[in-house]
Design a protein around this ligand. Structure first.
Ligand code: AHG
Ligand code: MN
Ligand code: MN
Length: 337
């Protein structure tokens, strides 16, 4: 690793002043998330070695099987964030309800809430394919000094103050934004330090990759079916290439670097698709927009959707601006279908 490259720690300190509400609290929070992610990274790396693989037998609130590493990752992030008392609340894909962080000594002085998908792509753990962690940070809307309420979590994505993901891949990376562009850091595992490896990441304006679980084709709305056929037509730079890992973090990361579109639409069997608005769509949409790309539910900007439930789902079309606009054109032709 280049010795002249900045470390994440240095980057956070240097950029703290540029942050609107700079008090060091957000920096501490990102530091704590980094710490928990390093532990999760270590666990994910050794998943093939020790007996922590497989189904824990529990199911989460959405009725999906929880892998043991989901549980472990959830615990690590919860513990790290609550023990350090740097947030006033946490909501996690793996928890039925939000958690109020009871820092009574300090009279609930913390102003940030964190929303997290502790392990994204968990069905890929067993097969040694990249998984990730997605996080999203908001300022609470209820008064500081009182316990958090649902309102603090049910904010539209435009209110995010920071968001990012860790990808536990061939190398482990952190990609995040505080609303001033997107930066990527790569972990040097030998010394446990993240280095700024991808400064000012920008999403190509267009691309040649489309990512969707095409096995569900029969259930897709007509607009999506037509757009898929458009991607497959021979004309200009088409047909496009199909790439789908099944870990949102990995699919997003590849498309951001190479140019492409990721889609998880609604279907005749899932009226809002599968991805969770608060833990998956909003943070990815914030990153996408900060990198110059676009995220929509097929009709509306993701970041403007007013959530009503902690675990609600939303159709998701995210990627190179021109590709998302084209997909929206097809959706508009069959609105309501
Ligand atoms: P999670 O592991 O957090 O439940 O998320 C899995 C999500 C997302 O990462 C991925 O893009 C999508 O589910 C894949 O779903 P399908 O298997 O239905 O394609
Ligand atoms: Mn997920
Ligand atoms: Mn998950």
């Amino acid at each position: 690793m280049d010795r002249n490259k900045r470390t994440l720690g240095e980057f956070i300190i240097e950029n703290q002043a540029a942050f609107q509400y700079s008090s060091g609290e957000l920096s501490k929070l990102i530091n704590a998330i980094r710490l928990a992610a390093k532990v999760v990274n270590h666990e994910v790396n050794k998943a093939g070695l020790v007996d922590i693989l497989g189904d824990s037998g529990d199911t989460n609130i959405q009725g999906e099987n929880q892998q043991k590493l989901d549980v472990l990752a959830n615990e690590k992030f919860k513990q790290t964030l609550t023990k350090r008392e740097i947030v006033c609340g946490i909501a996690s894909e793996e928890e039925d309800d939000f958690i109020s962080v009871n820092s009574q000594d300090k009279n609930f002085q913390n102003k940030y809430v964190v929303l997290i998908d502790p392990l994204d792509g968990s069905s890929n753990i067993d097969v040694n394919v990249s998984v990730g962690t997605i996080f999203s940070i908001y300022r609470r809307v209820t008064p500081i000094g009182t316990p958090v309420t649902k309102e603090d979590f049910l904010q539209p994505g435009i209110n995010q103050v920071a968001a990012g993901y860790f990808i536990y891949g061939t190398s482990t990376m952190l990609v995040y934004t505080t609303g001033h562009g997107v930066n990527g850091f790569t972990l040097n595992p030998a010394i446990g330090t993240f280095y700024l490896s991808h400064p000012n990441m920008t999403y190509p304006e267009t691309g040649r990759i489309y990512s969707i679980n095409e096995g569900n084709y029969i259930h897709f709305p007509q607009g999506v079916k037509d757009y898929i056929k458009y991607c497959q037509q021979e004309e200009g730079d088409r047909p496009y290439t199909s790439r789908y890992i099944g870990s949102l973090v990995s699919d997003f990361h590849r498309n951001m670097i190479k140019g492409g579109i990721y889609m998880y639409p609604k279907s005749s069997v899932a009226s809002n698709g599968k991805l969770r608005l608060l833990y998956e769509c909003n943070p990815m949409a914030f990153l996408a927009e900060q990198a110059g790309a676009k995220a929509s539910d097929g009709y509306r900007r993701i970041l403007e959707i007013q959530p009503t439930e902690l675990h609600e789902r939303a159709p998701f079309f995210c990627g190179s601006r021109k590709m998302v606009e084209k997909a929206e054109e097809f959706m508009a032709r069959h609105k309501g279908a």
